[in-house]
Design a protein around this ligand. Structure first.
Ligand SMILES: [Zn+2]
Length: 222
């Protein structure tokens, strides 16, 4: 089957009855994938892909796997534990490269793509298959590291497009999620206004209240 990449659904992807619900609001598949770590700048980042099962959950929710493909890979991973864990390690390494790559431009610094990303390019591009009189480019959708292909392609597309200038790092101190700023005046600061934006506003309010209390000689302090 020729692969199609469904665009990520803003605001958290498709609801799933079971499993973790990932945030897929960054605007690009590769950035959503880079955002599978929470609280990256803190001393204790939270891994959102602790096992291969969550990698499949993410792939399914992102729309790059059908339910049947997801089931097939899940049962294959159960039979081939070592291969699944290698696929997970590769995917996580790719994710860290993506963060490195896109947090650079986001901070105003262009840089060369990291070696891990370049190494993934060979798996990212499809294999030519001749079917009758038609040449098709197909993904091997039974590979346990299948997810790497669509994610790398999305990264290369973004990296080589003018949209690269719109990649931002969330301004919230503990977040550092990446997103594409598609606002008209390019002023979006937070990955999600309802989470990081409100947290930042609450923090500013707290700091203002505290400095106000100081200016008034600490009368409001308990
Ligand atoms: Zn954020």
């Amino acid at each position: 089957m020729v692969s199609t990449i469904a665009p990520p659904v803003p605001g958290g992807g498709r609801p799933r009855p079971l499993g973790y619900l990932f945030e897929l609001g960054s605007g690009r598949l590769c950035l959503d994938f880079a955002n599978t770590v929470d609280s990256r700048p803190t001393g204790s980042p939270r891994e959102l892909l602790p096992t291969y099962a969550e990698l499949l959950d993410w792939s399914r929710q992102s729309g790059i796997l059908t339910r049947e493909e997801e089931r097939g890979l899940r049962s294959r991973a159960e039979r081939r534990g070592a291969e699944a864990s290698r696929a997970l390690t590769r995917a996580r390494r790719l994710r860290e490269s993506l963060f490195q790559l896109f947090s650079g431009p986001a901070a105003g610094r262009r840089q060369s793509p990291p070696r891990t990303l370049l190494a993934c390019l060979t798996t990212a591009f499809r294999t030519p298959v001749l079917r009758g009189h038609r040449l098709l480019w197909e993904d091997d959708r039974t590979r346990l590291d299948f997810v790497i292909g669509p994610v790398v392609r999305s990264a290369v597309e973004l990296w080589t497009s003018t949209e690269i200038d719109r990649v931002r790092v969330c301004a919230a101190e503990e977040c550092a999620w990446l997103f594409l700023d598609e606002s008209r005046n390019r002023s979006r600061q937070w990955c999600d206004m309802t989470v990081c934006g409100n947290r930042a506003k609450a923090r500013r309010f707290y700091l203002r209240a505290r400095s106000g209390a100081r200016a008034e000689g600490g009368r409001r302090r308990r």
